[in-house]
Design a protein around this ligand. Structure first.
Ligand code: AQP
Length: 327
């Protein structure tokens, strides 16, 4: 049986991009293999964050995972910080990844370019090291991600080759699993940019009320044309809305284009808003129920126990291979 691992970092309010890129897909994954799903709270520390915000976001993500249809009896859901092997593995792996390759990571370049040079933390630079450990600790075969995380999974694959070449078969080779459609949902106000928690302009948040969602979609930036056609270069706004619609309805882009043949932009946007609301509204109701009844608490406790057990096995394997003595 294959092993699937994925995480979301609690850096802000989750967006429709996080939902389409990963959350929505998880329900199917839980029937395809052993799933380790976590809240990447250690990753959230790589940029400044208020303790209360980190706390609240972590609870929200746990509730969103469950609201997305994850069954605690089928999956292991846990907080990254409740499994100390993640930190220990990162300390080991950092010796096998190089400064040059880490400085070429797009996410690091993007995030650090917006910061004062003197306040870029070592953790932000070493983010892919921690992430490689997350993946390798569970012998993951598949890592469901959005497009922006593929580069980090590729780096993990390079690391596996490097370590296995040197020490024999230590780690399993993981691969990124992303959907062709919906791997990169763009901002509604600037469709040249990814919809992102940390750059909230143009985001649809999963906690937005229905009225706000509709308003945001109706005022999404499009173009001066009138044709509803997928063309990322010349019609990025329309292409993004077509992608959102296709993902909500589980159809292809071509099918979505056919639906809107001859539609005006305003009517098209209304249908996109209807499709998003139809899916997100019941999802939000499940989220509220889970949060109010604190249904996540026991799930996270049980998840930590299982994740600790599995990750210790792998951690012991690498420690032994590299020559660390067991006392
Ligand atoms: N716009 C997006 N379209 C599709 N997938 C997306 N993901 C994020 N944004 C989009 C995917 O969601 C998963 C969880 O993301 P994350 O929170 O761990 O980190 P991220 O990729 O850095 O997401 P954000 O929203 O952009 O967070 P910030 O702004 O804090 O850096 C990942 O699989 C991601 O690919």
């Amino acid at each position: 049986m294959k092993t699937i691992l994925t995480g979301i970092k609690p850096t802000g309010k989750l967006t429709l991009g996080n939902y389409i890129g990963v959350l929505k897909r998880l329900k199917d994954f839980q029937n395809q293999g052993e799933c380790y799903i976590f809240i990447a709270d250690l990753h959230a520390l790589t940029l400044p964050i208020e303790p209360s915000e980190l706390n609240e976001n972590s609870i929200d993500i746990a509730c969103f995972y469950l609201a997305a249809g994850l069954d605690p009896n089928k999956i292991t859901l846990f907080l990254q910080s409740s499994v100390s092997a993640h930190a220990e593995m990162a300390i080991i792996l950092q010796n096998y990844l190089y400064m040059g390759e880490l400085s070429r990571m797009t996410q690091f370049k993007d995030k650090s370019s917006k910061m004062n040079k003197n306040s870029i933390g070592l953790g932000l630079f070493a983010y892919p090291v921690l992430m490689a450990g997350d993946i390798l600790l569970y012998d993951a075969d598949e890592v469901p991600v959005g497009e922006d995380q593929i580069q980090h999974v590729e780096l993990t694959r390079d690391l596996v080759k490097r370590i296995n070449n040197r020490y024999g078969d230590v780690f399993k080779m993981p691969s990124a699993k992303f959907n062709k459609v919906g791997a990169r949902i763009m901002s509604l106000s600037d469709p040249s940019k990814k919809m992102s928690k940390s750059d909230p302009k143009g985001d649809i948040f999963l906690k937005d009320d229905v009225k706000t969602i509709r308003k945001k979609i109706m005022s999404a930036v499009t173009d001066s044309g009138c044709e509803i056609k997928y063309d990322e270069e010349n019609k990025p706004g329309i292409s993004n809305l077509l992608t959102i619609y296709a993902c909500m309805k589980n159809i292809s882009i071509e099918e979505a284009e056919k639906v809107f043949n001859g539609y005006r932009y305003g009517d098209f946007k209304k249908c996109v808003a209807d499709a998003v609301i139809e899916e997100i509204e019941p999802f939000q109701q499940r989220y509220i129920e889970i949060k109010e009844n604190k249904l996540y608490e026991d799930v996270l406790r049980q998840g930590a126990l299982k994740a600790n057990k599995k990750s210790q096995e792998v951690l012991n394997r690498i420690k032994e291979k590299i020559g660390l003595l067991k006392a």
